[in-house]
Design a binder for this molecule. Sequence first.
Ligand SMILES: [Zn+2]
Length: 459
Amino acid sequence: MPTNDLMEKLVSLCKRRGFLFPSSEIYGGLNSFYDYGPLGVELKNNVKRLWWQSMVQRRDDVVGLDAAILMHPKVWEASGHLQNFTDPLVDCKQCKRRFRADHLLEATGSKPDLGTMKTPAGLPKVCPECGGELTEPRRFNLMFKTFMGPLEEASSVVYLRPETAQGIFVNFKNVRDTMRPKLPFGIAQIGKAFRNEITPGNFIFRTREFEQMECEYFCHPREADRWYDYWRQERFNWYVDVLGINKKKLRLRDHKRDELAHYAKACADVEYQFPFSGWSELEGIANRQDFDLKQHATFSGQDLEVTDEAGKKFTPYVIEPSAGADRATLTVLVDAYTEVEGGRTTTTESNKELEVVMRFDKKVAPIKVAVLPLSKKETLARPAREIFDALRSRWTCTYDEVASIGRRYRRQDEIGTPYCVTVDFETLEDKKVTVRARDSMKQERIGIEELEDYFKDNL
Ligand SMILES: [Zn+2]
């Protein structure tokens, strides 16, 4: 299947079945912003919950945090975001389009070196769209700016955080003072971040508003390399073992020296082979050394050092696994999408259409069980509703009584529901229902009384 085709189909399915909608769509949408629909929010919540379980709930050495999105402006001075978080841009004087200088350069085949921001040799002088004259490159900060309080003046400028990590660093002391963790320990957080990207795109892969899942893991400098190796592997395994992503489409890529941020000693990306862009980053694992804590100690005047067994003071190093909740969700969607030419069901109306099956891992599937009465008649609807009510106190379930049973199975396959429970006229006699599995299409008769245990074992 041509790759763009696949993305087009996936985007269309996401819209049609309530996973993702363009933001403010009735007003024509807002470029590259998306809203998670009823199924999308379940899917993304499952991804975030699984991350939290792995990173916080099941660990002795990591605690959670939920910091505010707006922070003291000094935070962004200390972190370097005010000075360095910029892209070089050129504007077209004629059509007013804005371009990233490095992208224009790359298009000419030159390797961008934009550190100095002198107009690099080879930078095109005319607009690739209209041939108009281009301005000199200028630095453009990627942080969203707003004003706190009623006055729109310089002293009331605040920024929407461009990463959740700084909320963790500025709470390092609070967490130490209250929870008394011993090194090594981590602080984990899930939350929104905002970057005024010039070129967002590829559906929810790069958006200006996004959600991060970050952990800052503090350790003794002499143990940092070991913990870096540990997290690098641990986080790769999470995508395979927990999210159920195809291992063949995942890889760990170590950054080359010239790719590293100035504060990082080492960095590796977990990458997925996306249909639109090839290998692309899902998560970065970085050894940020003591850069952040030292910067905040300097800018705040607070003591952020710890004391080792010998009574010697030092600033801990930090290993940062930083993942994107939206990218992980997109990966789950792309990876689950399966087409079966000619269909795979043999129902009464097997009209050999193309069937789509979302083969989500059961843990991430937005809906776990669909309850389907064979007929809408009260005699079947009543027991079916009772089963539905019993199951949904525990799992996310749906109830569907419209159209033929074959159609309804397909609708559930298309949203990746692992199990369908069909209540038929025999049910009234033998108190059993048909449980149909999404992937094997195997059907089993299970007693109503045993249903809960059955799903406890299988979900
Ligand atoms: Zn132009």
